[in-house]
Design a binder for this molecule. Structure first.
Ligand code: HGY
Ligand code: MN
Ligand code: MN
Ligand code: MN
Length: 412
């Protein structure tokens, strides 16, 4: 709903690109690996410092800040009609091992700057505007992606599962959260659950993480849908043994079962016949991990996605059958085949798509409707992401901030 006197005038919007770039660079220094790589794992010391940096910026932008029991952080600009559902925007600042400095970060720092842009333009929101930093969008530490936002979306299943969840060092989710200053003395996460209708709209500014906008010279990608992601954990167990003494006919090698399963994933994905089906084995661990010991255990994690949910589910089913067949053939035990998440594709709301399109037109920015193949998206080069070479120009980021500011203005 637009009303002339409260709409931000797109011609008068100015992004402080220099400060924004400085903030992106500074945030990237909170990392457990050397520059240009960024590694920022949930609830680590660097994550806590980075969160403090963000809360400080939110405060300086006049937002009132609060955190929930898992560390989702909310910065609120109260509207003139605060009882109306707010318009929210935000993203994540956790970074997978050896990644870059823009993924997620642009959607948090850019959102704070969009608030600054709106304030400088003299805009006064009717609905409240909120900037959200979501806890653990990346699955790195506890194996589940979008942890904070799933809880906000009232995932009872996740809330229960977290009571038994540990990281690779056997640190429980709740101990890790407490060390970071969250989940004080409660294991009940229902306080995180968001009331239905709490927000009227949610927007996210994100680098594209793919090559299309760069190749086509387009400023803004308007995401109409996000591909359906799924992840699976698999364990095989065999007898192990001495790499010299156990002769080949007597082996049941859990490592080779894992290797064969990885190739099966690739085969089933390619057999789908669509380039939109993708599958990756990004984790493969062998136990005990010695050159002269036959692997007695292997652990594989599979990420598979598609814009077509049923086609992706067919791949999952075939991978499961392959895991069973491989275990039988190699006489190892398939001790775990666990689907961690199997999400449907997400569709952007029509009103938000239209607002983003209107904003891009007002700002004279070229734009294109796109599907996000990563869980999120906007403009990067040359499509690198989840690695140190990830890059987006500050001009493109600033254009994204303007589109975000105008879209929030329209929606508030
Ligand atoms: O994996 C994803 O798509 C997201 O970047 N976490
Ligand atoms: Mn990511
Ligand atoms: Mn991201
Ligand atoms: Mn396992």
């Amino acid at each position: 709903t637009q009303s002339c006197n409260s709409d931000p005038q797109s011609s008068s919007l100015s992004v402080d690109s220099e400060s924004l770039q400085r903030q992106i660079d500074e945030l990237s220094t909170f990392s457990d690996t050397p520059a240009p790589s960024v590694t920022r794992i949930l609830y680590s010391e660097k994550d806590v410092l980075a969160r403090r940096f963000i809360k400080n910026l939110m405060g300086r932008s006049g937002l009132s800040v609060h955190e929930d029991a898992v560390g989702n952080i909310f910065g609120r600009w109260e509207g003139s009609e605060p009882e109306l559902p707010a318009v929210a925007t935000g993203s994540h600042i956790d970074a997978i091992p050896y990644s870059g400095k823009y993924d997620g970060v642009v959607g948090v720092l850019g959102a704070i700057e969009a608030i600054n842009v709106l304030r400088r333009s003299g805009f006064e929101p009717k609905r409240s505007l909120e900037v959200i930093l979501f806890t653990s969008e990346e699955p790195t530490r506890f194996g589940i992606s979008c942890l904070g936002s799933r809880l906000l979306a009232r995932s009872q299943a996740l809330s229960e599962a977290l009571k038994k969840t540990v990281d690779g060092q056997n640190i429980s989710f709740f101990n890790a959260a407490r060390l970071a200053g969250y989940a004080k003395d409660q294991e009940d996460l229902s306080s995180v659950f968001m009331k239905e209708g709490h927000y009227s709209a949610f927007l996210e500014l994100h680098i594209e993480q793919g090559p299309i906008l760069e190749e086509e010279g387009i400023s803004i990608g308007i995401v109409t849908a996000i591909a359906a992601p799924a992840s699976i954990k698999v364990d095989f167990e065999g007898n192990g043994g001495h790499a010299g003494a156990v002769l080949m006919p007597y082996r049941n090698d859990a490592g080779l079962a894992a290797a064969e399963l990885a190739l099966a994933v690739e085969k089933h994905v390619l057999d789908s016949g669509s380039v939109d089906t993708v599958g990756t084995v990004g984790i493969m661990e062998l136990h005990p991990g010695a050159i002269n010991s036959i692997p007695s255990k292997s652990h594989v994690e599979i990420d598979t996605r598609d814009i077509d949910e049923s086609r992706r589910d067919a791949v999952i089913e075939k991978v499961h059958l392959s895991a069973i067949a491989i275990a039988e053939k190699r006489k190892v035990e398939l001790s775990e085949f666990r689907i961690v998440n199997k999400d449907p594709p997400a569709l952007s709301d029509k009103s938000v798509i239209e607002a983003m399109q209107f904003a891009s037109q007002q700002l004279n920015l070229s734009h294109k409707f796109m599907i996000s193949r990563a869980y999120h998206d906007s403009c990067s080069w040359p499509g690198y992401s989840h690695k140190p070479e990830e890059y987006a120009s500050i001009e493109d980021i600033a254009n994204g901030v303007k589109v975000l500011a105008v879209t929030m203005g329209i929606n508030s």
